[in-house]
Design a protein around this ligand. Structure first.
Ligand code: ADP
Length: 551
């Protein structure tokens, strides 16, 4: 029997229409560094998205599933691009502005981007790449910046505001197939080459609803979200789409991502929610320690993208900013798990432990653990294996390139179509995921696994340690052993012996897991999205660039 329900495609244009009418007075506020921030209502964003779509179609000839790339910070214009491009049927491709030049060129050519919308402040980055971007015909520049850098470019250069001026403020958005491509994002390549993930209208729509659930971020139109996570990092974790569904206002930091302006923004604009990777919050914490600021508005902070050290969570809790830990990947849109404690644990000692896990799977994400021999492992909180997931907002393949089939590499997708996450961990009987490592970062010592993340968390709980990264290094006897690289706080007197004892006594680390190789570094190298870049540390060790002490 067929259902009797209407079949209305789940389209981004519907999210836009809803946000810009029902929540027309909600705001996107963009930080400008000096003077008043720029404020634009959702109604204005709706009108300007229509104008942008007209410009792309009528002036630039964007048609069908042409790729329109953005090389932009988080700001109102980037939100307009987020809605205009997919709603008209084209494909939004967010370029990660922190990637090395060769990777950016490779990615833009692989996606066959026809247009790049760029912030003026990023022209020094784009200009030298442009001659190598073989498919780009148009560059649209938004905001202040030196246009003369584009002199000699073969692509046509346009001004964002000039293109929009005078265009109609409504657009007849096409009734697309909800399964068609809406946006694409390449993985940031922390552990390998970038791979293109293509989100559909449907996957983004369903993911946005999930982000909005109380069990996830649970925000309402009374909230303002400080969206620090870049719009080029997995669609800013789905926030721009989710906020347009619920009318949550957005505070966008543009290029002002350093701890001082972030602290100023929070004090002045009083957001109630914020989202970013742990390294951003470590920086803010240090700033708040040095200069007191009123951050009391910030009730909830979503931390994900890398394991949130419990010490960071505790420090934030003390400042009244409650951390909610979440796990995800480019391939999972990204929301995969959220660490909201179960009802029975609230108010008990267990609550914090639950909050430090990666969290529970929402309806819509199915999970299983696979052991080294391909066997299914039980959800007992002890059996560790590779996490595999499936669901309507989980990738089932990678983009193969113009005219090519999609790619389903066997190390990323199981034969029955599940995504192999490359993350290793356990799942408790009540469905909480605890990641112990990335498969590629696990330290395999004498046939046993040591979790680099567990060692890092224990080290970062030491009052003298500001950051710590642990990587596997080759060892004649054990195969691999952990190398601890630590960043000490200014004026710290801790020595390695003391840190090692701390790990054993306070951190509860088993004796055989304690690192014997130690080094102090100035800062942990970071990837393009602010995660610890362990590839660099392993290389530095291999090339003898680190000054190692053996205990
Ligand atoms: P990249 O793979 O280049 O880092 P992604 O942003 O897609 O780009 O990263 C996804 C990976 O980040 C996950 O597979 C996982 O290893 C890690 N990750 C994300 N969130 C968490 C978290 N809360 N705890 C631990 N690891 C996390």
């Amino acid at each position: 029997m067929l259902s009797t329900m209407q079949d209305v495609p789940l389209l981004i244009s519907r999210i836009l229409a809803h946000g810009s009418s029902i929540h027309g007075t909600s705001l996107v506020t963009t930080w400008t560094g000096e003077g008043e921030p720029a404020r634009r209502s959702y109604a204005e964003i709706g009108a300007r998205s229509a104008q942008l779509a007209h410009a792309l179609r009528e002036d630039l000839g964007v048609e069908g599933d042409d790729r329109v790339a953005t090389l932009m910070w988080n700001n109102a214009e980037h939100v307009e691009a987020y809605f205009a491009i997919p709603s008209m049927g084209a494909v939004l491709h967010t370029l990660n502005l922190r990637l090395p030049a060769e990777q950016l060129i490779w990615i833009a050519n692989h996606a066959a981007d026809r247009v790049v919308i760029v912030n003026g402040s990023l022209l020094p980055l784009l200009a030298p790449l442009l001659p190598h971007l073989t498919s780009v015909e148009h560059v649209v520049v938004s905001g202040p910046g030196d246009r003369s850098l584009l002199g000699g470019a073969s692509a046509r250069v346009h001004e964002y505001e000039e293109l929009l001026a005078g265009k109609p403020t409504a657009y007849e958005w096409p009734e697309l197939d909800e399964r068609s491509a809406a946006a694409m994002c390449y993985t940031s390549g922390t552990t390998g080459d970038p791979k293109g993930v293509v989100y559909s209208h449907r996957s983004i729509y369903l993911h946005s609803m999930q982000v909005n659930l109380t069990q996830s971020m649970g925000l309402t139109d009374q909230d303002t979200s400080l969206v620090v996570v870049p719009q080029f990092h997995v669609n800013a974790w789905g926030l721009p789409h989710a906020t347009f569904m619920t009318g949550v206002s957005m505070l966008m930091p543009d290029r002002f991502l350093q701890p001082v302006p972030l602290a100023q923004m929070i004090e002045q604009e009083r957001p109630t929610h914020a989202a970013a990777v742990p390294t951003i919050w470590q920086g803010l914490l240090a700033e708040l320690g040095a200069h007191s600021r009123d951050v009391s508005s910030l009730g909830q902070v979503t931390i994900g993208g890398a394991a949130c050290p419990p010490s960071l969570m505790e420090a934030f809790d003390k400042l009244g900013m409650r951390v909610c830990h979440a796990w995800g990947m480019t391939e999972t849109s990204p929301l995969g798990t959220v660490a909201r404690p179960p009802a029975h644990a609230v108010g008990t000692e267990e609550e914090f432990t639950y909050r430090t896990t990666q969290g529970r799977f929402p309806a819509g994400v199915e999970a299983r653990l696979t052991g080294p021999g391909g066997e299914r492992l039980p959800w007992d909180g002890e059996s560790a294996g590779e996490l595999e997931v499936r669901g309507p907002w989980i990738a089932g393949a990678y983009y193969g390139g113009e005219g090519a089939e999609v790619l389903r590499p066997a190390d990323k997708f199981s034969e029955d179509g599940w995504l192999k996450t490359g993350d290793v961990g356990t799942i408790s009987a009540d469905g909480y995921l605890t990641l112990t490592d990335r498969a590629k970062d696990v330290i395999k010592s004498g046939g046993e696994w040591i979790s680099s993340v567990e060692l890092e968390n224990a080290l970062m709980a030491h009052p003298d340690v500001s950051e710590a990264a642990v990587v596997a290094v080759p060892d004649d006897r054990w195969g691999e052993r952990p190398l601890a690289t630590v960043v000490l706080k200014e004026g710290s007197t801790a020595d390695f012996t003391a840190l090692r004892s701390f790990l054993a006594e306070e951190g509860g680390i088993a004796k055989w897991q304690l690192p014997e190789r130690w080094t102090v570094i100035e800062s942990v190298p970071k990837t393009s999205v602010g995660k610890f870049d362990k590839k660099v540390l392993r290389r530095q060790y291999a090339e003898g660039e680190l000054d190692i002490t053996r205990l």
